[in-house]
Design a protein around this ligand. Structure first.
Ligand code: HEM
Length: 421
């Protein structure tokens, strides 16, 4: 059995966080599955394995649809953390079929290519507006001035969160996301619990308001799906579930809205600033992009590969599996290393090189299988819109100071990105 603990892989080490990619190369050379003592997980670093396991139904994001905590050999979460788990465990991302299938079908209606395409002019106008303000100010922080307000406004608009209510969305999201890091501290858990309570209370009230006065937004759409199926009209239920009808419970609605609000901006913010930080460190590539804006689509894909915004996703082993001769028992946890998969020499030529013209780029940053990112088409529009606006309106954009890295591993990002124009 291969062990990873003697390697340079150390998600709590600032040196590793500054550049995890050499350690990933070491992991890939060492084996296809490695036991990692500090988290008790099995690390999977190769692209082919990550890609196959994301589609393997013997693994799941949760086990609670099949086993109790005791049956699965796991401790039940602390009672004080219950508000976080009530919220987290009922959102689309942390459900498995049949619940996942039922909710994904409802939410997908808001993310069809046509619906998302219709948002394009709004996203581009907003990007132009934000970048114009940055230019007028002579520079600023690319994170707080452009990268953050763009996706936050778009997803808040889609869900119908009034503008006056949007300020706490980012801090709530950041506190909840703290729980997605490896071995979160008790302090992080306390913050996540508080944010879960406040965010849930806020949405419960908003849902009640929208129920009285529906709008054109996604929350009103989800409520309609819920209430329509009550009347047995529309949303015909050809797929019976445990709950008897094709609808969302109130908790699922709250959890899915929180998921959409958080997932709808967190990774996009980081992809934007990680991307520009990579461009500043690769001036030749930035010059090529400035000379040819038609590279924007392939640049967006390459930057998401080159510095992967979400580095790791976990899966529970629901039924024993074998990976490269190692048997992984039911109850074990597998850590799929997206950042490593995106730098695998078996798939990418010269993966440590940023190449904005890279054509064959099957990066895994949006995942694969049933949990494949529902917002990927929207994220691509947002990333391309801010990049285009910055290229067009701030052609001399430059780094004003070295950015500070966030001390997180799973959600990879910067504290800010100071720029001048
Ligand atoms: C650069 C930006 C983004 C990245 C890198 C990203 C990445 C991902 C990944 C890796 C997953 C699956 C995790 C897993 O397999 O365990 C996922 C799921 C999801 N993402 Fe994204 N995402 C981005 C933007 C967005 C946006 C803009 C939205 C919504 C507006 C969104 C909504 C979701 C949702 C709802 C899921 C859960 C899907 C399911 O479980 O069926 N994401 N995302």
């Amino acid at each position: 059995m291969a062990a990873a603990s003697s390697l340079a892989f150390d998600p709590w080490d600032p040196g590793f966080l500054a550049d995890p990619y050499p350690a990933y190369a070491e992991l890939r050379a060492r084996g296809r599955v490695l036991h990692y003592e500090p988290t008790g997980q099995w690390l999977v670093p190769h692209h082919a394995d990550v890609s196959a396991l994301l589609r393997d139904r013997r693994l799941g994001r949760t086990y609670q649809h099949r086993f109790t905590h005791e049956e699965f050999g796991r401790m039940a979460p602390h009672e004080e953390h219950e508000p976080f788990h009530a919220l987290n465990d009922h959102g689309l991302l942390d459900l498995e079929p049949p619940d996942h299938t039922r909710i994904r079908r409802l939410v997908s209606k808001a993310f069809t290519p046509r619906t998302v395409e219709r948002l394009k002019p709004y996203v581009h106008d907003l990007a132009d507006e934000l970048v114009t303000a940055l230019v007028e100010a002579g520079g600023g922080d690319l994170l707080t001035d452009v990268a953050e307000p763009l996706p936050v406004a778009v997803i808040a608009e889609m869900l119908g969160i009034p503008e006056a209510d949007r300020a706490p969305l980012r801090p709530w999201s950041a506190d909840i996301c703290g729980m997605y890091e490896l071995n979160p501290s008790e302090e992080a858990a306390t913050r996540a619990v508080r944010a879960s309570v406040e965010f849930s209370d806020y949405l419960r009230e908003l849902i009640a308001e929208r129920r009285k006065e529906p709008g054109e937004d996604l929350i009103s759409g989800l409520i309609a799906a819920h209430d329509e199926s009550d009347r047995q009209t529309g949303w015909q239920s050809d797929r019976r579930t445990d709950r008897g009808t094709d609808r969302l419970t109130e908790q699922e609605m709250i959890s899915t809205c929180v998921l959409l609000l958080n997932a709808g901006h967190e990774a996009t913010v980081n992809a934007t600033v990680n991307g520009w930080w990579a461009l500043f460190r690769n001036p030749g590539q930035l010059a090529a992009l400035r000379a040819d804006h038609s590279l924007v689509p392939s640049a967006v894909e390459e930057l998401m590969r080159y510095d992967t915004p979400l580095q790791l996703f976990e899966r529970w082993v629901l039924d024993e599996i074998e990976i490269a001769g190692t048997t992984i028992p039911r109850g074990a946890e597998i850590a799929l290393l997206f950042g490593s998969a995106n730098h695998d020499t078996e798939v990418f030529r010269d993966p440590e090189r940023l190449d904005l013209t890279r054509r064959d780029n099957p990066h895994i940053s949006f995942s694969a299988g049933i949990h494949y990112c529902i917002g990927a088409p929207l994220a691509r529009i947002e990333l391309a819109a801010s990049m285009t606006a910055l290229l067009e309106k701030a052609p001399t954009l430059a780094l004003a100071a070295e950015p500070e890295r966030k001390p997180n591993f799973v959600i990879r990002g910067l504290e800010g990105l100071p720029v001048i124009v």
